[in-house]
Design a binder for this molecule. Sequence first.
Ligand code: URA
Length: 235
Amino acid sequence: MDIIEYLQAQGVGSRKMCRLLLLQNRIEINGQRPPDDIADTLTPSILTIDGETLPTLPLPYFYILLNKPANVETSHKPVHYPSVFSLLPKNWQNIDIQAIGRLDADTTGVLLLTNDGKFNHFLTSPKNQVVKTYHATLKHPADNVLCQRLIDGVLLNDEQEIIKALSAELITPTLLALKIDSGKYHQVKRMVAAAGNRVEYLERIAIGNITVGNLNRGEWRFILPSELAISFQAA
Ligand code: URA
């Protein structure tokens, strides 16, 4: 990858801007004047502009695990709240990073972000049946009738086929743990509504085996391809 492509991929700016910064000797990589070509594997590297360190992305592909807070939208063009992407460093704001599936603005928890379109497609394709685990706080105390309805399957508005939960268990009468392997619009809220209750608060606990771990709400970390491979066989 040539140095200008590399700097652009790190969100430094336009081609013109990157060329200018190089000409003016304002950029260093790992403490040195950058070479003309950068091996794809030279990441994470320390990139400085005018002595100020910029966070760098591992290239060519990166995977980010975000503990999504409430009141941010999974969209590059948010309408009511800031975008989830605004939680990432400033120099990455114009980079093509996509969310793997969406969480509603009020849903919290595990959200994966990547520039790897193939992996994104793999995780979101219904045929791969990736398991998502949610905790739903219910409006009305429930019993096992609700769980059984969800496991037997419910018919959602505008859908032809019934949708079944892989598992549904009550942790308390108003806290439901639900596993599903599809990802339709507002799926958990619609399933719970179709089963006769209402979701007041929703948190995604896991995608496959990936959980937020030690991340606080709003925090993120890179996730290694090897971690993904453990959770998703074809990753
Ligand atoms: N199901 C929902 O209803 N909302 C989400 O954000 C995710 C799954």
